[in-house]
Design a protein around this ligand. Structure first.
Ligand SMILES: *[C@@H]1O[C@H](CO)[C@@H](O)[C@H](O)[C@H]1NC(C)=O
Length: 213
């Protein structure tokens, strides 16, 4: 956090010096929230809490107030859940999970609220990174396994500046969100591991992981 604050302060200082020479805003082309504003810790926490509330206390009114209309959401972890672990889809890994606010609302609006705890928040001028963890027991249909697996995730939230007068000064414009959907599939009893007492199965890991174990 401290480093990002210093980076922001540095940017603002340079901006103040550069602007008169330029006659305009020198940072527009850099995409810094539209007009060079750099978010502070409170604004970053608000964005992080907005993201949490979209999952844990979802309403369309909330989505309309904290997301841009063109927001996109990329999450192979969610696609893996939607696909139930099946390689045949229906949604291809790597594609946008939701490609607009309307699509996000159609998808998220039909989900039960899921509470999670924010563990860390980091930010730079226009992007907030949130690390989170579900409290256990995790929600799921039917009888959950007696022992559940913990689900932890990270989301990078790109924002755009929405004006000082707004109650939401930074709107989420891009969501990159990944989490332990293997644990989630286990908790939903879609994935049932065998031979849990056996040795760890490095063979099933990509080679770049197994070499480090
Ligand atoms: C989710 O939480 C919000 C806010 O509390 C509530 O209005 C909404 O009805 C809840 N959605 C579901 C599916 O329970």
């Amino acid at each position: 956090m401290r480093n990002s604050i210093l980076a922001c302060v540095g940017l603002l200082a340079v901006n103040a010096i550069a602007a008169p020479n330029n006659g305009g805003n020198p940072w527009n082309g850099w995409g810094y929230s539209g007009n060079g504003r750099c978010m502070n810790d409170d604004q970053a926490n608000k964005v992080a809490n907005n993201f949490r509330d979209l999952i844990s206390a979802y309403t369309t009114t909330l989505a309309n107030s904290v997301l841009t209309t063109t927001v996109q959401d990329y999450s192979d972890s969610v696609i893996e859940l939607i696909d139930g672990g099946c390689p045949s889809g229906p949604i291809a890994l790597g594609s946008a999970t939701f490609a607009s606010r309307a699509s996000f609302e159609a998808g998220q609006g039909s989900q039960p609220n899921i509470t999670f705890n924010i563990l860390n928040v980091w930010h730079n001028c226009d992007t907030v990174t949130v690390r989170w963890r579900l409290p256990m027991p995790n929600p799921g249909p039917g009888a959950a396994p007696a022992v559940q697996e913990e689900v932890t995730g990270i989301a990078a939230l790109e924002t755009v500046w929405n004006g000082w007068q707004s109650s939401q000064q930074f709107l989420i414009n891009m969501i990159y969100s990944e989490f332990n959907s293997g644990a989630w599939l286990y908790d939903l009893e879609i994935f049932k591991p065998a031979n849990c007492a056996g040795a760890r199965r490095t063979r099933s890991l990509p080679s770049y992981f197994s070499q480090k174990i």
